[in-house]
Design a protein around this ligand. Structure first.
Ligand SMILES: C[S@@+](CC[C@H](N)C(=O)[O-])C[C@H]1O[C@@H](n2cnc3c(N)ncnc32)[C@H](O)[C@@H]1O
Length: 403
């Protein structure tokens, strides 16, 4: 144990930083200015990780966490802060990383706040271990049993309260919901035969489907979501943003920056959300997505919303686009966390579309890609969208214009 250690800063993951014998130590649930006794939990050559054994003083910025499972559960990282301070943390993090990586942006950084910073999530991935439901503690297979999740929407928490009706001993449970509180359950378990108490479960929640070990055993293997004036069909394995309010804010940004009559290439298109939003202004939209059901959803969603100027292509962006012979002036990028692959960035720097709208859920890969594009593009607009409130994650909206 180490005594009377001063926490000097916060890292990008919301961990306190201190130094022991010139080695950096990342301390869970510790804020700048706090003096603590700590215990090392992981020792590496260049850094160590630690947890607090005793607080000698507490930061004026610390609030009592509203969640009894914080910080053990690891799902939220910033519940020691007021919501306003979590936003400042995100703004400072982007500012510092932009400066460090020489990303030039001459306007003030802006953040679009969440309307409901708690109970906003529409999807949860839970574990059931030995008939108990919860999350694995970070970097472990140790279950933290929970009775509710403060980030999850009330309809998801209703499922958690009634999970015993699923009669599962060991399973991975994904719960998806929509703004109408309908529930789609996706269960993966070694148990071959389901023993779900359907009648009781249906009296508690608006169950629209159960996918059990990849087989639909009740209702549908999809749900619908109505957002921003559009209706979307979403299959159990298709991506959909977890935060409906911030997603509608993202739709507004897309609408603002798509020029009338433009030709749009929408890469990593999911069920077609951003392409469909863009299609009301664009002349034509071409969308590319790797998940087959998401492409089927996209085609269906275009018809559902009476849109006939969008075309979906199934496949890996990196493989498909070098073979595409398309003229387009606007590119929408919304990749997974790993950002752009080499083929895709080479394609962009060869084709050089006038406008790029880059949506990212990973700040590090976004910065890597922005640096790569910076010889050709100016970052005209940048906004943080607080899609993942009370966690260190953030969504970025970037508007890039060809130099
Ligand atoms: C962050 S999501 C964005 C989806 C959509 N734009 C939206 O707003 O709902 C990323 C999407 O990229 C898809 N994807 C991941 N890797 C891909 C690849 N190599 N090629 C094409 N699509 C990919 C995922 O299936 C997912 O639907």
């Amino acid at each position: 144990m180490y005594s009377n250690i001063l926490i000097t800063n916060l890292d990008n993951f919301g961990r306190g930083i201190s130094y022991l014998n010139n080695k950096i130590v990342f301390v869970e649930n510790a804020l700048p200015g706090e003096i603590v006794d700590l215990k090392i939990t992981l020792e590496k050559k260049k850094y160590a990780e630690a947890k607090v054994i005793k607080y000698h003083n507490q930061s004026n910025f610390r609030i009592k966490s509203a969640c009894p499972y914080f910080p053990k559960c690891g799902g939220c990282n910033l519940l020691f802060y007021s919501y306003e301070n979590t936003l400042n943390f995100k703004l400072n993090k982007v500012k510092a990383l932009f400066t460090k990586n020489k990303i030039s942006y001459d306007k003030d950084l802006e953040i679009i706040k969440n309307s409901h910073p708690l109970n906003y999530r529409h999807k949860l991935n839970l574990k059931i271990v030995n008939e108990q439901i919860g999350f694995y503690e970070e970097k472990s297979h140790h279950l933290i049993p929970i009775k509710e999740c403060l980030l999850a929407s009330p309809s998801l928490n209703k499922v958690i309260q009634n999970y015993h009706l699923l009669n599962l001993k060991d399973a991975e449970l994904t719960i998806r919901t929509n703004t109408n509180a309908e529930i789609l359950l996706i269960i993966n378990t070694p148990e071959k035969t389901p023993h779900i108490a359907f009648d009781k479960l249906k009296s508690q929640i608006k169950l629209v489907g159960v996918v059990y070990n990849n087989k639909t055993i009740y209702g549908n293997n999809f749900y619908y979501e109505r957002l921003g004036g559009f209706l979307f069909k979403v299959s159990f394995d298709s991506f959909f943003q977890v935060n409906p309010y911030i997603t509608t804010e993202l739709f507004k940004l897309i609408k603002t920056h798509i020029k009338e009559g433009s030709t749009v290439l929408d890469l990593y298109s999911g069920v077609g959300t951003l392409g469909i939003v863009a299609s009301s202004l664009a002349q034509t939209v071409y969308s590319v997505e790797i998940v087959q059901n998401a492409v089927l959803n996209g085609n269906f969603n275009a018809k559902l919303n009476k849109i006939n100027n969008i075309k979906f292509m199934l496949g890996d962006v990196g493989n498909i686009i070098p073979k595409l012979n398309l003229d387009f002036d606007t590119l929408i990028l919304d990749p997974p966390r790993k950002g752009l692959d080499k083929n895709t960035s080479t394609f962009i720097t060869t084709k050089l579309p006038k406008t790029i709208i880059y949506i990212s859920c990973d700040l590090n890969t976004l910065i890597r890609d922005l640096k790569l594009l910076s010889s050709f593009y100016e970052l005209k607009e940048y906004k943080i969208l607080d899609m993942f409130s009370y966690t260190y994650h953030l969504e970025s909206f970037c508007l890039l214009k060809l130099l």
